[in-house]
Design a protein around this ligand. Structure first.
Ligand SMILES: [Zn+2]
Length: 320
């Protein structure tokens, strides 16, 4: 078992709500009386810029390494990687802001401090398994509405390079009327709204490719099929800033896969104009008609599996 596996398996034993995002997991703090929202954040990835297991509590401010936390919770300790000592000393003020998602705290506060829970593995969401949604950082929120009638929502923090830049929430079922997704406040969406950026990063770097799609579920379907993808959160929500952020991954090819409708056409023009000279962009068009020649609206989420397999093959074969 690697240290990363040990830390995650041990945290599974900690009772109470947990929140997953970016490189971190938040648990109820054992060092102060922490009852509702988890406030102690633990780094659970060996890919993170700080050592695995380092923790920080937003409630009481306590910090330290994994073994200190493990002792207090009677969890298994790890053999600390000697290289971790050679990393630059930790500036927790900076960490608080950049790595431990101060953004998430602020965002949740703005939303009226809903009750937050990590995704229950046994609950699937719009065709995706609960364990997949959990792995992708999905959370459930219990929003307290003005009329006593509380509603359960799906929430995805948008995490770019370890920083929570914003979030989107959606109803459990597709609403009859109104928007499918609601962004949290602020202008982050146009500049930095790249949903699943951090979750796709590793896969994107290994394939030196990334798919750019419109909606959250488009990206989820591709990622589920082994294709790294980000959702730009809407067909009109692209900008030079986003293109530049994507360019920091330094990938061979970026594949734009728009919906096959008019909005998709507009998205194509917008992304092309913003990404020009910044990204090596290729457009993969979804078919506009089915076998019988009937016009049919599809997107990367609703398209048939054979179209998806073709996309996967195109991305995989490009170097040949
Ligand atoms: Zn604490």
């Amino acid at each position: 078992m690697s240290n990363e596996e040990i830390v995650n398996a041990e945290l599974d034993k900690v009772p109470g709500y947990q929140i997953y995002f970016g490189y971190n997991r938040k648990i109820l703090c054992p060092f102060h009386s922490d009852r509702a929202t988890p406030s102690l954040s633990v780094c659970v990835s060996s890919q993170a810029p700080v050592p695995l297991g380092v923790f920080y509590c937003f409630g009481c401010g306590i910090t330290g390494g994994w073994n200190k936390l493990a002792k207090s919770l009677s969890l298994r300790e790890i053999q600390v990687d000697p290289n971790d000592g050679k990393r630059p000393s930790l500036d927790f003020k900076k960490l608080e802001k950049n790595l431990f998602g101060k953004g998430l705290e602020a965002i949740l506060e703005e939303m009226g401090s809903p009750l937050v829970k990590s995704w229950p593995e046994e609950v699937s969401w719009r065709g995706f398994s609960g364990s997949f949604i959990k792995k992708m950082g999905g959370l459930t929120l219990l929003e307290r509405s003005r009329t006593d009638d509380s509603t359960l929502k799906v929430f995805f923090p948008v995490c770019v390079n370890g920083t929570v830049v914003g979030g989107i929430r959606a109803a459990f079922e597709k609403p009859q009327m109104g928007p499918s997704y609601i962004n949290t406040k602020g202008d982050w969406s146009k500049k930095a709204g790249l949903l699943f950026f951090d979750q796709s990063k590793k896969l994107a770097l290994s394939q030196s490719a990334l798919a750019i799609v419109e909606g959250p579920r488009d990206a989820l379907r591709l990622i589920e099929n082994g294709i790294p993808a980000v959702s730009v959160l809407g067909s009109t929500s692209f900008s030079k800033e986003k293109a530049k952020r994507l360019a920091t991954l330094n990938l061979d090819t970026y594949y734009l896969i728009p919906d096959n409708d008019e909005a998709g056409e507009k998205m194509k023009d917008l992304v092309r104009s913003c990404a020009e000279l910044i990204l090596n962009l290729r457009v993969l068009n979804l078919p506009k008609a089915d076998k019988n020649g009937d016009l049919i609206k599809i997107d990367p989420n609703s398209c048939s599996q054979h179209i998806l397999d073709k996309i996967k093959k195109t991305i995989g074969d490009r170097k040949c």
